[in-house]
Design a protein around this ligand. Structure first.
Ligand SMILES: CC(C)(COP(=O)(O)OP(=O)(O)OC[C@H]1O[C@@H](n2cnc3c(N)ncnc32)[C@H](O)[C@@H]1OP(=O)(O)O)[C@@H](O)C(=O)NCCC(=O)NCCS
Length: 257
């Protein structure tokens, strides 16, 4: 009943993934990419009625895009899809599973709790409008230490910040910081799914250092012609013109045995 997605599933699945949330849904934008990555699972009962995508990393499995056709909800289908991914992760000797859930998404939070997931961090999502300014001073942070921050966000997936990842990001000049005391640090990467979208993981120190970084990001976004700058941070950011708070998410985790 659970199998890898095939090209023909797309049309059926996208029909029930248009208005999932008040703002719509993003599955249509990522479907082809996820299918190429593989581990896009479909639950079929004569026809496809549910999906989820998994990314198997060394440290954890990342589960995303769980969608159940409305008339088939509350039949345990999402739980079966998640358990399927967890059992594949266990076979691969991966010891933990992570998901990101909107703090207002009660059904999904209830489901994750029933499956043994616990909220482990809360992250805030802000959107920043690019614009020209000259008011910033930043440095490239080739001093970032391993374990200083456990994860960064790559295309909306929380990825462990290990030594090799840090040096790769450093080589690409993707890590910047502002200030020495209570410094604010940001990791910048292009979205792999959306054009002209910059995704920023921000570890905020003092408000003045954070504001300095925001000025940099706003200008960088303008100069590089980004349409969207999406900021993910555990902190509450200071007030800043054209910075909008959007949503909060729980990062939920389950240890697999
Ligand atoms: C959230 C969602 C994936 C759940 O799918 P589902 O197949 O209905 O979930 P399950 O049947 O496996 O539910 C398992 C448990 O989760 C909880 N749950 C699921 N939906 C719930 C709801 N609407 N209200 C309260 N609890 C709910 C219940 O405890 C349920 O067990 P029960 O039915 O025995 O009481 C589905 O509602 C959906 O597609 N929502 C829109 C997309 C979405 O939010 N995806 C997750 C993004 S992180």
């Amino acid at each position: 009943m659970i199998r890898e997605a095939i090209e023909d599933d797309k049309i059926n699945i996208l029909k029930f993934c248009e208005n999932t949330f008040s703002w719509g849904d993003y599955i249509a934008d990522v479907w082809d990419y996820w299918q190429t990555e593989r581990n896009l699972f479909v639950f079929e009962k004569n026809f496809p009625i549910g999906i989820c995508h998994a990314v198997f990393l060394k440290e954890h499995v990342w589960i995303e895009g769980i969608r159940i056709k409305p008339e088939f909800k509350r039949q345990g289908i999402a739980s079966k899809l998640i358990k399927h991914v967890e059992s594949l992760a266990i076979e691969k000797q991966i010891h933990s599973s992570l998901m990101l859930i909107d703090t207002q998404n009660k059904p999904s939070l209830e489901m994750s709790q029933n499956l043994g997931y616990r909220s482990y961090q809360t992250w805030n999502f802000y959107s920043l409008l690019p614009g020209k300014n000259n008011a910033f001073e930043i440095s490239y942070a080739n001093t970032l230490k391993e374990n200083e921050f456990p994860h960064y966000v790559k295309s909306w997936r929380w990825i462990p910040l290990e030594k090799e990842t840090i040096s790769l990001l450093n080589r690409k000049n993707c890590i910047i910081h502002s200030g020495d005391e209570h410094k604010s640090t940001a990791i910048l990467e292009d979205s792999e799914h959306f054009k002209k979208t910059l995704i920023v993981t921000l570890f905020a120190g003092s408000d003045s250092n954070t504001v300095n970084l925001l000025y940099f990001l706003q200008n960088h976004g303008f100069e590089k012609k980004y349409q969207r700058v999406q900021i993910l941070t555990k902190e509450t950011l200071p007030k800043f013109e054209n910075l909008d708070f959007k949503l909060s998410f729980h990062l939920v985790q389950k240890l697999l045995s």
